[in-house]
Design a protein around this ligand. Structure first.
Ligand code: GDP
Ligand code: IMO
Ligand code: MG
Length: 428
């Protein structure tokens, strides 16, 4: 069966939640592999909107096994809140069908405090993080002082690790950032109080996913954020702290590259970005405001307005190269309706030179000039289209040019937030 990695091909919020939920209908296992509660994945189904920060977007399908892999940084409070909210709606989020890797690192209050303290101190050059403690938690993982989910079974280890971590962090928090010190024992008590609820979920997810592979089940690996927020390949330093590229699915779950059969890149039919960082096709004009209003472009996690701009095929071409994208899922095409003309950035110019791929040096992307092609817009309401042939000719021409520019087919075209508002195309 297909083992599919689904990643965001731009700067996040491409509609991964919708696509993962839709494909979960035919999958038995859905596993998140990186990021944490910085993600906000929206699903609209059955007249209800659900925003998930940590739980895999397959959770609404009662027979799907949902896993949180070792690559995720897990905020225990958000995890339990999300479970409670789902259970209140009658959705089973019990350990029967939801499991967390014992190797996943835990986000603690001091990670969130440091995240906020650093952003506050970075006057003028803020990254615009979500404040969810993501960077500081991955730092501790790399520094080999992190607390892992499996440690919760050993209260003495939890206490010792928290005490050790806070020795250094309290010096930073109080001395440098002028924040209050965090009490180690109280932090450990609060976490250990949650342990009885958390422990039944914590297990060897590697074994579960490998068993599923052996049994030939269909597995979805759900990415968070987007390619250009990747810690190595993104617009550094305006990135998140994990590998968001498709290869992250292997490191973040313990599955080998040979087990992956397909990569789907989710891309909006235009571009958005939340937080700071270069964005060559950004529109600070009426068209940008129109896209923001029509697309309801406000962050699902922080509520911040998303910056909007034209589709950037250079960024997408780089995503295809970095991720081995086999198919694009092109979302929010309906948002473009009623614009008199559409533009696609087909290349950049930097110092008089034309570029087909983004420049690699820090800060250079901010200096490029987009080269645009212009297309006629379409007026028809396309939100009810279910077949490719139902789309207006102008919309099809726009999609086909994106396919040409990126070299990959658009296998899914999303024309509304609903599960069924999707055109599925047979592609080779
Ligand atoms: P994710 O982080 O990639 O899962 O994306 P988000 O959930 O943060 O943001 C995508 C937003 O667009 C959500 O509000 C979705 O309900 C919505 N959405 C997804 N696909 C479509 C679409 O084709 N058309 C419209 N109008 N909205 C969509
Ligand atoms: P989903 O999965 C869009 C952005 C933040 C900030 C940068 C670093 O919903 O697509 P962090 O808190 O990760 O240290 O912030 O990354 N960011 C996202 N932008 N969608 C997301 O997730 C994001 N997660 C983080 O805005 O610019
Ligand atoms: Mg989102």
């Amino acid at each position: 069966m297909a083992n599919i990695v689904i990643i965001g091909a731009q700067w996040g919020d491409e509609g991964k939640g919708k696509i993962v939920d839709m494909l979960s209908a035919e999958s038995q296992v859905i596993e998140r592999f990186q990021g944490g509660a910085n993600a906000g994945h929206t699903i609209k189904a059955g007249g209800r909107e659900t925003v998930l920060h940590l739980l895999p977007s397959g959770i609404l399908w009662p027979d799907a096994l949902c896993l949180i892999g070792n690559g995720v940084v897990l905020d225990p409070e958000v995890f339990l809140e999300e479970i409670d909210a789902l259970q209140a709606e009658g959705i089973d989020a019990s350990p029967r069908r939801l499991a967390v890797s014992a190797k996943a690192h835990l986000i603690l209050p001091y990670h969130k405090a440091l995240d906020k303290a650093r952003e506050a101190k970075r006057a003028g050059s803020k990254i615009g993080t979500t404040g969810r403690g993501i960077g500081p938690c991955y730092e501790d993982k790399a520094a080999r002082i992190g607390l892992r989910a499996g440690d919760l079974a050993r209260p003495d280890l939890v206490r010792a690790k928290i005490r050790h971590a806070l020795l250094e962090k309290n010096i930073l928090l109080t001395g440098l950032y002028k924040f209050d010190a965090i009490d180690a024992d109280r932090t450990a008590d609060a976490l250990l109080a949650l342990a009885p609820r958390l422990l039944p979920y914590i297990t060897d997810t590697d074994a579960l996913v490998h068993k599923a592979i052996q049994e030939n089940k269909a597995i979805l690996f759900e990415g968070a954020q987007g390619v250009h927020l990747d810690i190595d390949h993104g617009t550094y330093p305006f990135v998140t702290s994990s590998n968001t590229v498709s290869a992250g699915a292997c490191c973040g779950t313990g599955v080998a590259p040979s087990a992956i059969s397909e990569v789907i890149g989710v891309a909006k039919a235009y571009t958005t970005r939340v937080g700071s960082g270069p964005f060559p096709t950004e529109l600070n004009d009426d068209t940008g405001s129109y896209l923001q209003a029509q697309g309801h472009e406000f962050g699902a996690t922080t509520g911040r307005p998303r910056r909007c701009g034209w589709l950037d095929a250079v960024i997408l071409r780089e995503s295809v190269r970095l991720n081995g994208i086999d198919r694009l899922a092109l979302t929010k095409l309906d948002v473009l309706q009623n614009l008199p003309q559409l533009k696609i950035c087909v290349a950049y110019e930097l110092d008089g030179k034309r570029m087909d791929y983004p420049p690699q040096g820090e800060g250079e992307l901010a200096a490029v000039k987009p080269v645009y092609e212009t297309f006629p817009g379409f007026e028809d309401d396309i939100s009810g289209c279910r077949k490719y042939g139902d789309l207006p000719e102008e919309a099809r021409a726009y999609i086909e040019r994106i396919e040409e520019l990126t070299g990959v087919p658009a296998g899914y075209i999303s024309v509304g937030p609903g599960r069924d508002q999707t055109i599925i195309r047979q592609v080779a």
